[in-house]
Design a protein around this ligand. Structure first.
Ligand code: XMP
Length: 329
């Protein structure tokens, strides 16, 4: 793709222009398409002056830390430091139920973790990194902070995506966001040019605030995170087994802060309800709900209630964006 090749070369030039010859940069990798492509691109420009970390914020999916770290090692030839910060994120989130507050707390905590990571790099290389690389895409930019003169329906913050709106005003780093004019399909095309393994490029998007926007209300309440992880794993495996993963833009489970009455093993239960969501989309800005065969839904619902004992009801989200957003919070 000659056009993408041009865009890539322009971006590498822009990175050289923005980053001094002795400057070091840090980048948080999530295992997703955006940060992986952003880091690979910046690595082309800066080589070993780029330092990557993977932050476990306690809001990751089933076995995600070990799985993502293993693929970084095996498939991506970038050195990545794993930072386990789950306890500090979760303790800050305890008792918080407002969705925007949750996002702001997570954004702030990420910055604190990056600051500490930068200090570690300074100890090692004698120079404090001054650049923070983010895999922000164009849709994130429009939804979080509309450009002046943009159309009215986007003239307020829909959600503060943590990698844009949630950053503090006094950020100590200069931001480098090489993908911020691109849509997801263009990022995938650039990733291909950069030889990023398809496993990364095909991965469904996962939001920076992680499961915090999929556990409605207090993330730390009871066994919510654990239940959500188990349900999500059953759902995604069923989608893979049915050969549907690549037809779907994004699929996930949502933990609802309510209980419903059920009957399991001849006993009345009063326990968790989970929602499933799967959508198709071009860019995440608008989306349609995915029309599974009823048979698939029946089997996945039975599998969830059979494997995750504390769930007695499964509902499927049949709302498009708009009026809903993709994530529930
Ligand atoms: P919404 O829920 O805004 O989601 O319709 C649109 C797309 O963006 C993802 N998303 C986020 N990604 N940080 C991210 O990096 C965030 O704070 C965030 N919030 C939503 C969402 O998963 C969907 O793909």
């Amino acid at each position: 793709d000659w056009k993408m090749q041009d865009v890539m070369e322009e971006e590498i030039k822009a990175i050289h222009a923005a980053v001094g010859p002795d400057d070091h940069a840090i980048c948080a990798l999530s295992g997703g398409v955006d940060s992986t492509v952003a880091a690979t691109l910046v690595h082309r420009a800066l080589g070993d002056r780029l330092h990557c970390c993977f932050v476990d914020n306690g809001l990751l999916r089933y076995k995600e830390q070990e799985r993502v770290m293993a693929t970084f090692e095996k498939d991506l030839h970038l050195p990545v430091t794993c930072v386990d910060a789950s306890e500090r994120f979760l303790s800050k989130l305890a008792g918080v139920t407002d969705p925007e507050k949750k996002r702001k707390i997570i954004g702030g905590e990420f910055i604190a973790v990056f600051d500490e990571f930068a200090l570690e790099i300074q100890k090692k290389y004698g120079k404090l990194p001054s650049i923070l690389v983010q895999g922000t895409l164009y849709p994130d930019v429009i939804e979080s902070c509309p450009p002046p003169g943009s159309d009215k329906k986007h003239s307020h913050t829909i959600k503060s995506h943590h990698n844009v709106g949630g950053l503090p005003k006094d950020l100590k780093f200069k931001l480098v966001e090489p993908l911020k004019w691109l849509f997801k399909d263009e990022v995938r095309a650039m990733g291909k040019l950069l030889d990023v393994p398809v496993g990364f490029l095909r991965r469904h998007p996962f939001p920076g605030p992680g499961l915090a926007v999929r556990v409605l209300g207090d993330v730390t309440a009871g066994d919510a995170l654990q239940v959500l992880r188990e349900v999500d794993e059953v759902f995604i495996n069923a989608i893979r087994d049915a050969g549907l993963y690549d037809q779907i833009w994004q699929a996930f489970a949502v933990f609802l802060p309510i209980r419903s009455v059920g009957v399991q093993g001849d006993k009345r239960t009063h326990t968790h309800v989970v929602a499933l969501r799967a959508i198709t989309s071009q860019d995440g800005m608008t989306a349609d709900w995915f029309q599974f065969e009823p048979k698939f839904l029946a089997s996945v619902s039975a599998k969830i209630c059979n494997t995750v004992a504390s769930v007695n009801r499964v509902v499927y989200d049949i709302t498009s964006k708009p009026p809903a957003t993709v994530e529930w919070e």
